[in-house]
Design a protein around this ligand. Structure first.
Ligand code: KIV
Length: 264
């Protein structure tokens, strides 16, 4: 069955969890789609996973459009999300032009990192027929502002600020939101505060959905492996079985357990 933004909203309303994953090419996208994944993100994590760089900052809109086109050819049912790369939505005009390129390449939703400062941009995109996924918490495009890939929302003040910013993204018209790299109780608080589906990564198992970088789910990550990563391929010996196990454990709330979550 084709997954739309309404499908994910309905799952949230019915308290049913869903799994999503990144992909960058048609072959993996097809396997994930056939395994029953709800959504596939062409993440700007491709800066690391595909290009071997140390951050997402060097990813271009041409690269994102190319990989979005590749993924879209492998997908029949999953919702396709594509990341807007660093500095491609610094003005509303740039955001419209660049989001248009990703939609033309096959995306159903574009994802932007940031909070209330993006309100006008988000509402303009939505008014023009482009669904938006917000992204808050540890937003990798702000690595230099954070001074590293640091867990966010650990103290009460920053947790309150994150929730406030998430609410602003929802109020601007976003259809869903990714919350990354926060303690489990912050992931839970954001999920309860928002009407739109909240997809967690390193945010505990109380969010509506989960997302993993495919390299983390299949044991392909080079260098540092984050705490929440789990090699489902090593546990199953087959890519389709690995993704089915990931989906099933997310749907049952088994993954991520506390050993794969930040508790404080
Ligand atoms: O770029 C990416 O893969 C992402 C996920 C980590 C959510 O944004």
């Amino acid at each position: 069955m084709t997954v739309t933004v309404s499908t994910l909203r309905k799952l949230k309303d019915e308290h049913r969890k869903f799994a999503t994953i990144t992909a960058y090419d048609a072959s993996f996208a097809r396997i994930f789609d056939e395994a029953g994944i709800s959504a596939i993100l062409i993440g700007d994590s491709l800066g690391m996973t595909i290009k071997g760089e140390s951050s997402t900052l060097g990813v271009t809109i041409d690269e994102m459009a190319y990989h979005t086109r590749c993924v879209s050819r492998g997908v029949k049912n999953a919702l396709i999300l594509a990341d807007m790369p660093f500095m491609t939505y610094a003005s509303t005009r740039d955001a419209c032009e660049n989001a248009h390129r990703l939609m033309a390449a096959g995306a159903n939703v574009v994802k932007l990192e940031g909070g209330s400062f993006l309100s006008e941009t988000i509402s303009t995109l939505v008014r023009n027929g482009i669904p938006v996924c917000g992204h808050l918490g540890l937003t990798p495009q702000s690595v230099n502002v954070f001074g590293g890939f640091k867990i966010q929302g650990r103290d009460e003040e920053s947790r309150r600020k994150i929730i406030e910013e998430c609410l602003a993204v929802e109020a601007a018209g976003a259809s869903m939101l990714v919350i990354e790299g926060v303690p489990k109780d912050t992931g839970k608080a954001v999920t309860e505060a928002l009407q739109i589906p909240v997809i967690g990564i390193g945010a505990g198992n109380d969010t509506d959905g989960q997302i993993l970088v495919m390299h983390d789910a299949l044991g392909l990550t080079m260098g540092h492996t984050p705490k929440f990563a789990r090699n489902f391929l090593a546990e199953t010996g087959d890519i389709t079985l690995a993704i089915r196990k990931y989906i099933s454990e997310v749907e049952q709330g088994i993954y991520p357990d506390d050993a794969h979550s930040y508790l404080k």
